[in-house]
Write a protein that binds this ligand. Sequence first.
Ligand code: SAM
Length: 282
Amino acid sequence: MKSSTIKPIKSLGQNFLNDKNVVRKIVESANLTEEDMVIEVGPGMGAMTGELANYAGLVLAVEIDERLRPVLGVLETVHQNIKVVYNDILKVNVRQLIEEQFALNPRLKQVKIISNLPYYITTPIIMAFLEGDVPYLHSMTFMVQKEVGLRMTATPGGKDYGALSVTVGFFAEGKILFTVPPHCFNPQPNVDSCVVQLMIRENPPYELENKEYFFKIIKASFCQRRKMLTNSLANAGYLGINRENVKEALEIIGKNETVRGEVLSPEEFATIANFLLHKKSL
Ligand code: SAM
């Protein structure tokens, strides 16, 4: 089947990259070597896959759309170091795939995830990788909607700062590398895009007594942005705390009860979470 006969499926987020310069910039930004195993989510018609294989030790691509078999099959024949798995990235056992490949290929030392992501599941995919404890993970380089890139890398106080910024910042140091206009894709998405790079931290940026409770606090804090933090946290029954507990926690970081979550730094949230953990009644 010729690639030109494959009609992009909108519900699968199929906006194929058609700008070689953007492909080159993404591949260069990942600093690939023979020691790298690249996981590419959604290779599509292979706009980036061959170029990634020119530099990495192995490219393992996970594609949900079986119609792309003939196109990607050609790439697998040309590049011995490309392996395509046809599945939903949210259903595959990434850890197992990595461990199998590392056992077969002792040259591999680290994993880099590189993808022009399907926009309908951008956040679930990123969160699955960040929270999934992916072995040997070094960095992730993603094309995402510009708005998501801004939220992932935002700092306290601005309109983009929220649960995603704090969560991403806990696991990685992120930055936006460049923006990409709609005309670089076929079909064109109706939003601007950007390439964001997340370098995985070796050590957590602050101490958390209980990671799960911290992320619950973050979720509740940004659930209703315009609310005061005292209300957001005290009303979230699953946290098991009351207004007095929250007031006390805020006093520790020198804030009063009218403060909103959007101005607190991740470190301040960590202090609050570590304190409230010992107050919770559940
Ligand atoms: N990498 C190609 C490119 O740059 O032209 C395609 C990028 S396109 C934005 C997203 C790709 O992800 C499509 O090929 C789509 O079929 C695939 N995809 C969508 N949902 C997926 C999922 N859950 N698991 C794996 N691949 C998926």
